[in-house]
Design a protein around this ligand. Structure first.
Ligand code: NAD
Length: 501
């Protein structure tokens, strides 16, 4: 029995007028479980019109009323976490506890957005000149769109929509075609929370719908998260069409391991950061940069952990890791491992031949560790986005920092050490947006904003936090005078100086 996933526009599920469809798979079984309606020009036109109309009255609603919706939405998200997590596991493949974890991280942004009254307050400067007060306010952009990747079908839309909505915009979500179900489930939660119809909409589709949003004159802002080539394309196309764009791209996150690190901590955290969610996290650690003697012990201990990881269907209670998202991803990951081996890398733990009993058609690759990897190999140079940890050896902290800084990506990184001085040098010199000290997945809290550097982010603003509020609003500065009758003194034709008022 398969299901159909359609658009969600103006508070209702809406089928495509055309017949463009895409199969939805369960990556753990390889079975087709649903059919997704991909939008065309008609759906695009309708969703933008609806959002434009809804944005006007929503922006006029008091902050108190907007906040009340956010509080209710947060409660529903908590109450329905298990149901939502099951959808994520079914279409994405990650393990159930991890799916719940991504919902919890998204929930943090909803909670942050509940404080919008405080976040949106502007500045006031009384008596800037005699009888003149100056103040500033932030106003919504109008219609904004979020284009999201497959790997966090809940969390990433929640990086965007809560703040876009709290600041008074209407939001159009264009989720990944590969796991679209969470988007519709969440759309219904927004409705149940009392959000007026048309303020949160879901438009399913592929490149055609992305291009439609990027070029539509009534879409003012685009938040994108996905791979680097598409992020760059989205940024460039959106900007050329006069939009504000934040486009987060791919990653190649390095963990630098100093010889003085607590190696048990390294083993626990590195294996979880490399193999959790089958390596399909933008913050996954995919390169271990071992300094001096750290290499042998790191490899030995992480390899022990890797061999104990239970790979299975994400709904299995003891599963630690699930499948990759598509057979194409699985085959690509295996090819990259094989090419590295042929070029001289040592395959310390090999996940290529893994077969999960009862799930022979699932897209599984087991945890894999590659040692003696050279920077010219694709295993190092490309974002593998699979459960593959690559080990590169360096002689010093300085050499490790230089290696990381020469990588074109700059999303996340971390250092494992017991030296405060090494940690301080690392955090100051590294050219990466999110840095951990003995924390391998340094995903920032809601108030610290999320974003990488270099090829991991195109645009000025990080997502969520203060930068999220800024992204979804325009600043307006007001200078006001309320003259009393006796002050009227005729027109002045000079640019007024505040010193000579
Ligand atoms: P993707 O780039 O293939 O897709 C992302 C979105 O872009 C989807 O909605 C998709 O429909 C759309 N898209 C795909 N091809 C397009 C095209 N040619 N033109 C216009 N739109 C297109 O990414 P993915 O495979 O879904 O997700 C994995 C990638 O996302 C990885 O590179 C990962 O590092 C990255 N990612 C980055 C972050 C971050 O915060 N920097 C977070 C999560 C994922």
């Amino acid at each position: 029995m398969t299901y159909e996933t359609v658009h969600f526009i103006k508070g209702e599920e809406v089928a495509s007028s055309g017949d463009k469809r895409q199969d939805i798979y369960n990556p753990a079984t390889g079975e087709v479980i649903g059919s997704l309606h991909l939008g065309g020009p008609e759906e695009l036109k309708k969703v933008v019109e609806v959002a434009k109309e809804a944005s006007k009255s929503w922006a006029e609603l008091s902050l108190a009323k907007r906040t009340a919706v956010l509080f209710r939405f947060r409660e529903l998200l908590v109450a329905k976490t298990d149901e939502l997590a099951e959808i994520v596991v079914r279409e994405h493949g990650k393990v159930f506890s991890d799916a719940k974890g991504e919902i919890a991280r998204g929930q943090e942004i909803v909670e942050y957005a509940c404080g919008i009254t405080n976040l949106i307050s502007g500045a006031y400067t009384p008596q800037a000149a005699t009888g003149i007060d100056a103040y500033s306010m932030r106003q919504p952009l109008g219609v904004v769109a979020g284009i999201t990747p497959f790997n966090f079908p809940v969390m990433i839309q929640l990086w965007m929509a809560p703040l876009a909505i709290a600041t008074g915009n209407a939001f159009i979500l264009k989720p990944s075609e590969r796991d679209p179900g969470a988007a519709n489930f969440i759309a219904k939660l927004w409705k149940e929370a009392g959000l007026p119809d048309g303020v949160f909409n879901v438009l399913h589709g592929d490149k055609e719908m992305v291009d439609g949003l990027l070029t539509h004159p009534d879409v003012e802002g685009i938040s994108f998260v996905g791979s680097t080539p598409i992020a760059k394309y989205v940024y460039e196309t959106g900007v050329v069409h006069g939009k504000r764009v934040q486009a987060l791209g791919g990653a190649k996150n390095h963990a630098l391991i100093m010889p003085d690190a607590d190696m048990d901590v390294v083993a626990d955290h590195l294996s979880a950061a490399a193999f959790g969610a089958a390596g399909q996290r933008c913050m996954a650690i995919s390169v271990a940069v071992a300094v001096g003697d750290a290499a042998e012990v790191t490899i030995e201990k992480v390899a022990e952990q890797a061999k104990d990881i239970k790979v299975s269907n994400g709904m299995d209670k003891d599963a630690d890791m699930g499948p990759l998202i598509t057979p194409v991803s699985r085959d690509r990951v295996k090819r990259i491992i094989t090419e590295a081996e042929e070029a001289g890398a040592a395959v310390v733990v090999d996940g290529r031949d893994l077969v999960v009993e009862g799930h022979e058609n699932g897209y599984f690759v087991g945890p894999t560790i590659l040692d003696k990897v050279k920077t010219e190999m694709a295993a190092y140079g490309e974002e593998v986005f699979g459960p593959v940890l690559v080990v590169v050896r360096v002689e010093s902290l300085a050499e490790g920092i230089e290696l990381i800084n020469s990588n074109p990506f700059g999303n996340g990184t971390c250092i494992f050490t017991s030296s405060g001085a090494a940690a301080r040098r690392f955090t100051r010199d590294i050219k990466v947006g999110m840095v951990g000290v003995n924390v391998p997945l340094p995903v920032p809290l809601a108030n610290h904003s999320f974003g990488g550097w270099n090829d991991s982010l195109f645009g000025e603003h990080h997502v969520y936090g203060e930068e999220g509020v800024q992204f979804y609003t325009r600043k307006k500065a007001i200078t006001q005078r309320w003259p009393e009758p006796k002050q009227a003194s005729g027109a002045s034709f000079n640019f007024e100086s505040r010193n000579n008022d």
